[in-house]
Design a protein around this ligand. Sequence first.
Ligand code: HH2
Length: 284
Amino acid sequence: MSRGREAEAPFTVMGVVNVTPDSFSDGGLYLEATAAIEHGLELEEQGAAILDIGGESTRPGAAPVSAEEELHRVLPVIDGLTERGAAARISIDTSKAVVATEAIAAGATLLNDVTALRGDPEMAGVVAQTGVECCLMHMLGDPRTMQDDPRYDDVVAEVKSFLEQRMEHAVRAGVAEERILLDPGIGFGKTVEHNLELLRRLDELVALGRPVVIGTSRKSFLGRLTGRQDPADRVPGTIATCVLAYERGARVFRVHDVSGVHDALVVTAATVAPWTTRPTSSTR
Ligand code: HH2
């Protein structure tokens, strides 16, 4: 049985399932559908209430993938998770409307679009018509160029204004505002200092009134701060940022390492504001 019990918990852990050969931290590990399905089920067991399935890497310099190839990667995983009775919700991490459409037909109920509906003119219509939730993320430039000397006058104000505009765009296209989640896009066109400033002042984005998603997991700014070259060694850094982001109002945490983040957030949430139903009665 899953440890998540997220219906009662004041946070949601979104486990990352990258069905790609080239993702920055787990590329190639789950390219086979069977491995990705097993991994998704394991993340659910560890406390993920959402599984974010992606078939195209967004790391700086990643090669673009055709819609056909992306579908070939993600659909068997969504189908397999459904067949195996996964209780976690399925999120599709794509910026292509055709991929979103097929993934939603297969059971995805959340669209995670790192382009915030800018990548495909049809995407806002897909979200509006299907009624799924969608996560709008900030990115400066595109994955090929985003880390080439990113600059802002005030990174938090600019990210906030971007997210407000994208939310307005989505609502104009018929997306219900209450179906929208917002994400500052940690590492997407940001220096180490930009990422830290966004985390430090996260409450300013929370003030937009929609749930804030945070994706710091294993990212390179954690490596720059700690000296950890191997992304898998950045779990303590990931946990630190998730705890801090929760305290500043983030509620959805997109991570590769669900177990540790989940437990850290259980303790953080219980400390910050006790919630009535505890996930465990242990007093150890
Ligand atoms: N980060 C990545 C991908 N998708 N989506 C949201 N909403 N927020 C994020 O911060 C975010 C995201 C990058 O991480 P990963 O999927 O592990 O790497 P890759 O893009 O190389 O597959």
